[in-house]
Design a protein around this ligand. Structure first.
Ligand code: ATP
Ligand code: MG
Length: 340
């Protein structure tokens, strides 16, 4: 397991209170595609904040809305989607910002690393052009940008950066290309880095190197990082705070260490029990019964209630509001039955 570094800001969850120093503030974000009766809700009431220099995890099963949340944070909404609530990145109001403002934001102050490096990089442009683009947008002269590109490639462990800048994406393996994408994301020393399962496609050794790189760059530049993953072990190792998502909603938020020892939501506990690495191999792994739900098909009241061993009639009445329990903010009526 990766060593947990000293944390820049370790604090109790605060329910997403806006802070001018925050790298990301998502407040009561709801997202739906389609209009009128045909509207399909995808996210509901999502509140997430990432402080400067902080690493914040976003975990949950496939389809829970992690990528939608990360993409919406940079104004990349699905076609035909409508968002309500607010999203602030480095003082930019993302949901009302125009195209140019968003493009500038993405080029300079906020970066995103996607799970699949090939999907996020133009296949017909040389790596050098890809890396200098953001720097040039920030007004860095061409020669200085070219030198910085070489330096970045060296820092992310690409051998012979001089020849790498002349190569095209298809000439790199997946792991090497992910390093290039990370170099690109870090080229502008962003205030916010959204990392959407950046290491899922990589082997464990490369994964550890890439994570170390991200943490190092983050510490040097004070970048706030939202780290999307379904790997709880990895989240435990690198995150200061963690948000747990289920069916398009945040169901629990806690400081990382406490979430793993004292989960407050039955879903969080179920995720932990289903994770072999967090529990060690002596404890029987329990699969979560049923299948994950999308927001549109989740039951009334608590979305998790049809899979929850603790659910009672009261859970069907309305969506539970977030309330404090231990170090968590949890959307459950019975957290004391999960961890007293
Ligand atoms: N453009 C879209 N139009 C309609 N529904 C969408 C769209 N994009 C995503 N969804 C739905 O929204 C839900 C959340 O998707 P999202 O990609 O955010 O999940 P995720 O948590 O990132 O999952 P994974 O771990 O598999 O990456 C899913 O049910 C998905 O089918
Ligand atoms: Mg995803």
């Amino acid at each position: 397991m990766l060593a947990k570094k000293t944390l820049a800001r370790k604090e109790a969850p605060d329910g997403g209170a806006e802070d001018r120093r925050d790298a990301l503030g998502v407040s009561r974000l709801s997202l739906a595609v389609g209009a009128g009766e045909r509207a399909i809700p995808l996210l509901a009431d999502v509140t997430v904040r990432v402080g400067r220099g902080e690493t914040v995890g976003l975990v949950g099963e496939s389809g829970s809305g992690k990528s939608l949340t990360a993409r919406t944070a940079l104004g990349m909404l699905p076609r035909g989607a409508r968002a309500t609530g607010s999203v602030t990145v480095s003082d930019v109001d993302v949901l009302s910002a125009g195209r140019k403002t968003l493009r500038d934001l993405r080029r300079t102050r906020a970066s995103m690393i996607f799970q699949d490096p090939r999907a996020s990089i133009n296949p017909v442009r040389r790596i050098g052009d890809y890396l200098t683009e953001g720097l040039r947008a920030r007004g860095v002269p061409a020669r200085a940008a070219a030198e910085r590109a070489l330096d970045l490639l060296d820092q992310v462990g690409i051998r012979d950066p001089g020849s790498a800048v002349r190569r095209f994406p298809h000439e790199f393996s997946g792991g090497m290309l992910q390093r290039v994408v990370i170099a690109g994301a870090l080229s502008t020393e962003p205030e916010l880095l959204l990392a959407d399962e950046p290491t899922t496609a990589l082997d464990v050794t490369t994964q550890a190197e890439v994570i170390a790189l991200l943490k190092n760059m983050q510490q040097v530049h004070g970048t706030g990082m939202l780290f999307v993953t379904h790997d709880l072990d990895l989240a435990a190792a690198i995150c200061d705070r963690i948000y747990v998502m289920y069916a398009g909603r945040i169901v629990e938020e806690s400081v990382s260490a406490a979430l793993f020892t004292a989960p407050a939501h039955p879903y969080t506990r179920a995720l932990l029990e289903a994770s072999p690495s967090v529990h060690g191999d002596k404890v029987a792994i329990k699969a979560i019964k049923g299948r994950p739900r999308a927001l549109a098909e989740s039951p009334s009241g608590c979305s998790f209630r049809d899979r929850c061993p603790l659910a009672g009639d009261d859970c069907a009445a309305s969506v539970p509001a977030h309330r404090p329990h231990g170090t968590s903010l949890v959307a459950c009526l019975h957290p004391e039955q999960v961890t007293p």
